[in-house]
Design a protein around this ligand. Sequence first.
Ligand code: KG4
Ligand code: ZN
Length: 330
Amino acid sequence: MIILGIETSCDETGVAIYDTERHLLAHKLHSQIKLHAEFGGVVPELASRDHVRKLLPLVKEVLLEAEITLQDLDAIAYTAGPGLVGALMVGAAFAKSMGLVLKIPAIPVHHMEAHLLAPFLEPSPPQFPFLALLVSGGHTELIEASSFGEYKILGETLDDAVGEAFDKVAKILGLPYPGGPVLAKLAEKGNKNRFIFPRAMLKRGLNFSFSGLKTCALQHFKEFGNAEQTKADIAFAFQEAAVDSLVIKCRRAIKEHNFTQLVVAGGVSANTRLREQLNIMGKEAGVVVYYPRLEFCTDNGAMIAYAGARHFMAGKKTDMEIKVYPRWEM
Ligand code: KG4
Ligand code: ZN
């Protein structure tokens, strides 16, 4: 079965073709970073318009690269949510219309489920059941993934998502959008002993809180100024605290539920420090840790095509309605 995957939930147009026998055949990504940079964050209307411009050319490119034609497609998978409503509508309308013309199903995919499944695109994928840590710009969740389609949220953020906290602290430090990776780079130059930020909600439970860290970064920035070294020191202290909180809750969930595998996915799973610390914890806890390759940590079409393929193989039914779910529980 050959599935076209379409991702347009935020600021990346991602398109890919997944073959259930030959695996990933092609994938392309257009990032809108340049478009939104001067505004310091994603402007939803500009995002939607850019998806309209880029979607069709990218689809043509992946078809060429995969050496197939539209007639070879068995289904089209698209991100139906969560995300920006206008951006989601572009992908949904595109996929549904194409499905109608080609007389093949258009399968709605949950963006976070697609992130969770992204490590299955790698050569040695995890096996259900496993614990998943989903860390993106809008979500921070610990999920018990019992089998495909069977997910239970064990813990989640009570305020900001961890990626959102990276982006907000980056903004406080005057770093350019997209803040997360830039802040992580700056943290490498940070002095390890200058500032120590608090780890929230350590004692109990599996929930997270990151908004206090953002306030803490702001206070330090105001008090100690904006010299390059001070900014690097704040970036370091913030990243250490954020990473620690994630690692501590993962360790607790593993112990409480006896998991033997941990899947880490979503934009923040590209973070080097997080990977280092989770790998150390994984070794100690006897757990194998799985990540997507770096380019599939952040939003992409490959994970949508893969998630769509699994739903298609599982016989997911679709209807004709063009519907998106800007807020959608997994
Ligand atoms: O999964 P994603 O591409 O989009 C959402 O579904 O939200 O995640 C984007 C988030 C942003 O907050 C971005 O700053 C963060 O992931 N991010 C990182 C890194 N790369 C991306 N945060 C920390 N370190 C990174 N290397
Ligand atoms: Zn995402």
